[in-house]
Design a protein around this ligand. Structure first.
Ligand SMILES: [Zn+2]
Length: 296
């Protein structure tokens, strides 16, 4: 197998145990969308939702995150890039909410909440104890950051104006449970901001498949498009409001190199030489920010 992901994921594949039907429509008939080593991504024939199936047990996910997560959130270069991205995401959110009680689900070290500023009353949850410790010690709202799964949090129903999942929903082993809780915690009319999430209905996702830079069969368990995400969230009364696909303005865009890489990939695929192509780069449409509103 060609290693296009810079980690040895085979060591976790012995934890591949959890099968499930489509969480968007309940469909049971799937096509293979991509393969990477022991991992398979499938596409629902009914609604087009894509997910890793089977995926890792909780024990496997615990092991993977124990091995990796602590070192991720302190990476200086990535943190600086994210700071720019945070401003883009914040600017979009501010079209829909300028203040109020906000809960960031999967808030890590509190970086996006910090970027949001004092006009919001800020709360966060994360399951990474080290990241939560960092937030509690370094953020002015640190006392409002707790280490727990959202489903176990003690907040009152209807107590938030805004709930954010930034780069989070694709990681969740049970998005139904988490979204159900998030919807309950939102006020009627409240904003649900799903930010910095891969869009599988993008040119590069389809062209590159398992070589798409957002494809990671351990970290990214689900691959939504705007259509499947909207259908999924509708079940809890969360209605689509708006979306954007940030690219040119992001710190990840390098237009000439990105275009050249896509051109090379297209030529190689047409010539049956796609095995020579490496992992994809940043490109139009890869990432999506989307806003939903809770309606009665
Ligand atoms: Zn489906």
């Amino acid at each position: 197998m060609q290693r296009v992901i810079d980690e040895d994921l085979e060591m976790y594949s012995k934890y591949l145990t959890r099968h499930r039907n489509c969480i968007v429509c309940g469909g049971e008939v799937n096509d293979i969308w991509a393969r990477y080593g022991s991992y398979t991504a499938v596409s629902c024939q009914e609604c087009g939702f894509i997910w890793i199936n089977p995926f890792l047990s909780n024990k496997g996910l615990d092991k993977y995150y124990h091995d990796y997560i602590g070192m991720r959130f302190k990476d200086k270069v990535k943190t600086d890039q994210r700071a720019i991205q945070y401003k883009i995401d914040k600017t979009f959110l501010q079209l829909f909410a300028l203040s109020g009680r906000v809960l960031d689900v999967g808030c890590s070290g509190g970086f996006f909440l910090s970027a949001l500023g004092e006009s919001f009353e800020r709360f966060g949850v994360d399951i990474d104890a080290e990241a939560v410790k960092y937030a509690r010690e370094n953020c002015p709202f640190g006392a409002n950051v707790t280490c727990e799964a959202l489903e176990n949090s003690k907040y009152a129903d209807g107590s938030f104006d805004v709930i954010i999942m930034r780069g989070v929903i694709e990681h969740l082993p049970d998005p139904e449970k988490t979204v159900e809780k998030a919807a309950a915690l939102l006020k009627n009319g409240g904003i649900f901001f799903i930010a910095a999430t891969p869009d599988v209905n993008s040119f590069c996702a389809d062209l590159y498949r398992e070589k798409w830079n957002q494809f990671h069969p351990v970290r990214h368990l689900t691959y939504f498009s705007l259509r499947t995400l909207s259908r999924f969230l509708k079940r809890w009364g969360l209605d689509y409001v708006a979306h954007q696909h940030p690219y040119l303005e992001t710190p990840y865009a390098d237009v000439e190199r990105d275009y050249a890489a896509v051109r090379e990939a297209c030529v190689a695929k047409a010539a049956g030489r796609f095995d020579e192509i490496g992992r994809s780069r940043a490109f139009w449409g890869n990432m999506i920010n989307s806003v939903f509103r809770k309606t009665e």
